[in-house]
Design a protein around this ligand. Structure first.
Ligand code: SF4
Length: 506
């Protein structure tokens, strides 16, 4: 039999193997997938064309939802016939579910070639190669971080907006959350590394960065580099440093933890012009009793106090949140407390979740698990309240002038409505009429809000301004930023003495 590869070899040298990464779960995973893509491309793979079968399919998994594994194994099993027909095709499973299930992945899906964990995504290309060479599946799970993921090459998805990790892992122990078990203790990058990556992105045209960590307010207490002293003010300083980067127009961050939120961060937000007037701060529950059971160490009053201080300093800040309904033991009184905080906080929008057991978390074993119909009924009431508030808050925007970073993939109906879509500085999604101008994703437009819905704004009055940007040029030319290569960023721990540069911009 002549394989596809052998045929190509004989005609034009070794065939380039193609890859596809399928991502499940949160922003962390989305950003990890950019790194997986960057790693594979650095190893000579090429992204498979849209709709084409890839030689390597990587599942970057998530373990936070109940039944996440059933869905994942269902999806992997769809590839079994392809694998049978083409033994050279490879399947890799990484991310949180792989870290949790380990060898069990191969028991459940024996046609998988590689299983890797959250701490060793840098091994993927070597594991694929070893599996291919030895014709034996490879499982490699590390217990702790081997190298800071940002040292790895990343092939970014967007030409104009980028994630930048400030930390990985989390030192908290929220009882509903699997992150500490699967991502480990918090490890913080040095400010110099982070700023070097931001500068590199801006040099490549990026206008907006989102600083990413499980708990950005704890940034500075667990530096990977032991030479850096603990610094509780490190996150505020980082925001201010971002303010000095020429060409960086928008800085966002996610997620802060209310327990560790300090006023120096609010001051830095208010006083740094490129930090956007928006805050996503998870409330989870408005009941102090439930917050205690969740092991979230703030109380509703503290949460509302932070919001008041943010609004005092940044009057137009759009504040959003995460909420869980139906945590074990939640009473009607507890739920009423959540409704009360939601009504007082007036979130611009909220990500609302019905509690479901996450295997491996303390809450999954707690007494007082609520029937699904009770959870669902409360959820509907919460949604109704939040939708009303979102609608009112958005309606108040009608007539205002907004500056939008034009985005791609944000407006499902754009083709039929002849609109384009973008995000305002406060994070609101705005569908606008371009009025015949040649506008590219990555450009900046200014327009007037003419209509509102709970989840978006409309701006049909025509543009007040349009600025062509380097990000728009890059998007139009199909150029995407690359990071993690050539920055000289050190791994975990102090860099070796012989190192001549640590990539530090300070
Ligand atoms: S703060 Fe809590 S919810 Fe967030 S990642 Fe850490 S343990 Fe999970």
């Amino acid at each position: 039999m002549v394989t596809r590869e052998a045929a190509a070899d004989s005609a034009a040298g070794p065939a380039v193997r193609t890859y596809q990464v399928r991502t499940y779960g949160c922003q962390m995973n989305v950003h990890d997938s950019e790194r997986l893509a960057g790693l594979l491309e650095a190893a000579g793979y090429r992204r498979a064309a849209e709709g084409a079968d890839a030689d390597v399919v990587v599942f970057n998994t998530c373990a936070v939802r109940e039944n996440a594994d059933n869905k994942l194994y269902g999806n992997i099993s769809h590839l079994a016939p392809r694998k049978q027909a083409d033994p050279d095709m490879q399947i890799a499973v990484g991310g949180c579910l792989a870290q949790k299930d380990r060898d069990a992945v191969l028991r459940k899906a024996p046609w998988v070639d590689v299983v890797f964990g959250t701490h060793n995504i840098g091994s993927l290309a070597a594991l694929l190669e070893r599996a291919r060479h030895n014709r034996v599946a490879q499982v490699e799970i590390e217990e702790s971080l081997r190298e800071f993921p940002s040292t790895l090459p990343a092939a970014r998805e967007s030409a104009y907006a980028a994630w930048v990790s400030v930390s990985v892992g989390c030192n908290n122990t929220c009882t509903f959350c699997i992150v500490p078990a699967l991502r480990g203790k918090e490890v913080d990058r040095s400010p110099g590394d982070i700023l070097a990556e931001v500068r590199s992105l801006v040099d490549q045209g990026v206008l907006e960065v989102t600083l990413l960590g499980q708990n950005v307010n704890a940034y500075g207490v667990s530096f990977a580099d032991p030479r850096l002293p603990r610094d509780r003010g490190a996150f505020a300083k980082l925001l201010r440093e971002c303010g000095h980067i020429d060409g960086l127009e928008r800085v966002r961050f996610t997620s802060p933890h209310p327990a560790e939120f300090t006023d120096d961060v609010i001051e830095a937000m208010a006083e740094t012009p490129n930090v956007c007037p928006t805050l996503h701060m998870p409330l989870q529950s408005g009941s102090d009793r439930v917050l205690r059971a969740m092991r979230r160490s703030y109380r509703a009053d503290r949460f509302l106090g932070i919001i008041d201080r943010v609004r005092d300093a940044i009057p137009h800040a759009a504040i959003t949140t995460d909420l869980i309904v139906g945590f074990p033991g939640e009473t009607e009184e507890d739920f009423a407390a959540t409704l009360d905080v939601v009504a007082r906080a007036r979130f611009a929008s909220a990500f609302t979740f019905q509690y479901s057991k996450r295997p491996g978390t303390p809450a999954a074993e707690m007494p007082g698990q609520l029937p699904k119909d009770v959870v669902s009924e409360r959820y509907q009431r919460l949604i109704a309240l939040q939708e009303r508030i979102s609608m009112e808050e958005n309606a108040a925007q009608v007539g205002t002038t907004v500056e939008l970073l034009v985005a791609t993939g944000e407006g499902r109906k754009d083709a039929s409505t002849a609109r384009m879509s973008g995000r305002s500085r406060d994070g609101r999604l705005v569908h606008f009429a371009p009025g015949g101008a040649d506008i590219r994703p990555g450009d900046i437009v200014t327009t007037t809000v003419t209509g509102a819905a709970p989840h978006h704004l409309i701006a049909d009055a025509g543009l007040l301004a349009h600025r062509r940007t380097r990000a728009g040029d890059a998007h139009a030319e199909g150029r995407r930023p690359r990071t993690g290569v050539g920055l000289g960023i050190p791994g975990i721990g102090a860099p070796p003495k012989a190192a001549t540069s640590d990539g530090c911009g300070r």
